[in-house]
Design a protein around this ligand. Structure first.
Ligand SMILES: CSCCC(=O)C(=O)COP(=O)(O)O
Ligand SMILES: [Zn+2]
Length: 207
């Protein structure tokens, strides 16, 4: 893969402007080789990332390349789990939107039922599929626990959709390239906005 850092910085700026990466929230990554990836450094402002704000790590989380004073995202272990379980994933976006955090409250037994919208086709769901669930994981102060929970769940069953929600934290979506990861994230966030507004209007709250 060609150096993805400029595209990651542009994506972060875009997501910041949408209100999804405020106050340094979120982290983005892209594969560097089959077994390493570039990820945002921890605590950096997502509207003004430069090349130095990315750290290269391997799939075990060991730093391969970093500018002095930069450490990898505190949530690197979550990206490791996703790259390990989804060999086709090349890009991962993790953001914190208001709507995603509202929708975590609508989940039942660790699954959020997505609205049956035409747009689900963009998540790779065939027209005929009646019910599509997004996995929802508990948040933990120890990020390693979130990553371990995801790892255990994905070992049992891979999600039907290219994403996972962390309750009262944020959404993570991935794809085979930059466009696919962005489209997936946009579709999930559209579903979250739809579900939040539907509740507000007293529609479909108990599905
Ligand atoms: C200020 S957001 C709290 C940490 C977090 O959830 C996040 O996504 C950003 O963490 P990072 O270490 O990647 O900056
Ligand atoms: Zn986060």
């Amino acid at each position: 893969m060609t150096d993805p850092r400029a595209k990651l910085a542009a994506a972060a700026r875009d997501f910041y402007q949408r209100g999804w990466m405020l106050g340094t929230a979120g982290n983005l990554s892209a594969r560097r080789t089959a077994d390493s990836f570039w990820i945002t450094a921890s605590g950096r402002p997502k509207d003004a990332l430069s090349e130095e704000d990315f750290v290269a790590v391997d799939l075990a989380g060991r730093v391969q390349e970093a500018t002095a004073g930069r450490r990898p995202s505190a949530e690197t272990s979550i990206h490791q789990v996703i790259y390990r379980h989804f060999p086709e994933a090349q890009v991962i976006f993790h953001v914190h939107s208001v709507e995603a955090n509202l929708c975590g409250h609508f989940a039942k037994a660790g699954q959020l039922r997505l609205p049956p919208l035409e747009m689900l086709k963009g998540l790779g769901i065939p027209e005929a599929e009646p019910a599509v669930d997004l996995p929802v994981f508990a948040n933990h102060v120890e990020v390693a626990q979130i990553a371990a929970d995801m790892d255990a769940a994905f070992l049992q069953r891979l999600p039907r959709v290219p994403g996972a929600l962390i309750h009262e934290h944020g959404m993570t979506a991935w794809g085979r390239d930059f466009d696919a990861a962005r489209h997936h994230l946009e579709l999930f966030e559209y579903c979250f906005r739809y579900l939040s507004l539907a509740r507000l209007h007293g529609l479909g709250g108990e599905s």
